[in-house]
Design a protein around this ligand. Sequence first.
Ligand SMILES: Cc1ncc(COP(=O)(O)O)c(C=O)c1O
Length: 374
Amino acid sequence: MKVKVPENVKSIVPYPPGKPMDELEREYGVTNAIKLASNENAWGASPKAIDAIRDTLAELHRYPDGSNFYLVQAIAKKLGFSPDEVVIGNGSDEIIEFLVKAFVQTGDEVITSHPSFLMYQKVVQVRGGVNKVLPLKEMSHDLDQILETITDRTRLIFLDNPNNPTATVIKPVDLYAFLSTVPEHVIVVLDEAYIDFVDYDLQVDIYSLIKNSKDRCGVVSLRTFSKAYGLAGIRVGYGLMSAEVAGYLHRVRSPFNVNKLAQVAALAALQDVDFYKKTLQGTAEGMEWLQEVIQSSGCFCYPSQTNFFLVDVGGDATALYEAMLYKGVIIRSMKAYGYSNVIRITVGTMEENKRLVLALADCLHELSYEPGRK
Ligand SMILES: Cc1ncc(COP(=O)(O)O)c(C=O)c1O
């Protein structure tokens, strides 16, 4: 084979997926593995979503509704937007792709932070765009530095808010000030994948930010059904934006980008208030319990506005990750992100949290780590 591969594609580092549970059980000879590594919903999917999927199975020979009509209507109504300001994606990942496809040409610049969600930079690289990657400041997006980096060639700024993996949010007052300074030719993408877990007083008014963009930059909000709504496996997310920006995204999306099952599942999940509340309550309780217990072992737990949090374990994070695999517990090492002693843990059910805590204590002991508070 003598295919010519463009340099920008050759140099892409593939996205590192969390280890699948059945692979772990096979490789490490463990049973009942638990995965607290990918910020998924520990309580499964909404039962109403599962029923909706079942009810739709007989229609699989039909193409999905290419306009995502009912889901768009439901989201627009719930959040007060007009349907032409909502775009549905095959996961919010896909909306990231639409944005880059629609607005970034070879040589155009996109500003992101490191560490933050890895997909932004990858998609920009595929497109031949230029990634301007700025380090976080005190675990948060460095808005001053971002402002200084904007040029005439800047097309997009991606801010995951909360940020993955640090679980920090930008203070609304800082974000409003920032957005009022960003030039009009730039679109700021607020990736709000974890918005449901954020304290109410730290949430920005996304409605007015999108509606009132006269004389300043455009704003797009990305949301997902993968976290609080428990539908990571079926892939569905959405973006809120001006009708003008949405119009461009529709030009680059394929006609049936969201499958039939995803559409009905998301619609049902949106209406399943009990499941949503159970998830938020379980996450808050689990977060509090885990942080308290883990802190008491001497590890430093970073505060979190999400369903996951970082822990400084006082020794090599990847060795700890490996040791945890032998206990059947999958977490993430943050070493590749530049935090060599830090792991990331997703809050699980109480049963899972208890197993995690026991495994962590065993591993810290086996590895002779002596985590001290920062
Ligand atoms: C910050 C952030 N944005 C987007 C996503 C992707 O969400 P989706 O499953 O909707 O593609 C994730 C997934 O972990 C994430 O952490």
